[in-house]
Design a protein around this ligand. Structure first.
Ligand code: DQA
Length: 141
């Protein structure tokens, strides 16, 4: 099973960026943990700060992979184009957030992605990604 993990803007700074909100571990180190914990998954990882590059990545992989885990960062709250890209491809997607966005500023409460994904996981730090992978592996509808 091949799964694409996509991180959007500013998530390249995980571990450095606002550690009180997002923790002090980099995503690269967590990716190694994910590869060890999910040895049967073929994980493809992509991060970009650019909306168009994220859309291109969804187009490139979304017809072939069996799942997408996406933390679109702030584009979650702004991007109709990313939502359209996810809706355009057959791969089921899970929206992920490290923080519990509903405990934060009201502008983070709306997601353009939520209506086009299978489900949403948030508030569990990097463990949110594990939960999203578990959902893709175990949940069938
Ligand atoms: C985030 C939440 C977003 O509101 C924020 O813009 C991010 C990270 C999260 O993982 O908690 O960049 O997606």
């Amino acid at each position: 099973m091949q799964v694409l993990i996509i991180n959007g803007p500013n998530l390249n700074l995980l571990g450095v960026r606002e550690p009180d909100v997002y923790g002090s571990q980099s995503f690269d180190s967590h990716l190694e943990v994910l590869k060890q914990n999910y040895p049967k998954l073929d994980l493809v990882y992509f991060q970009s700060n650019s909306e168009g590059a994220l859309i291109d990545c969804i187009h490139q992989y979304g017809f072939d992979v069996q799942g997408i885990v996406i933390n679109a960062g702030a584009y979650t709250h702004t991007s109709v184009a990313l939502a359209d890209a996810l809706a355009a491809v057959p791969a089921p997607a899970v929206e992920v957030h490290l923080s519990n966005v509903f405990k934060r500023e009201s502008f983070r409460h709306h997601s353009f992605l939520s209506p086009v994904v299978k489900g949403v996981v948030g508030g569990f730090g990097l463990y949110s990604y594990n939960l999203a992978l578990d959902a893709l592996i175990n949940y069938a509808d």
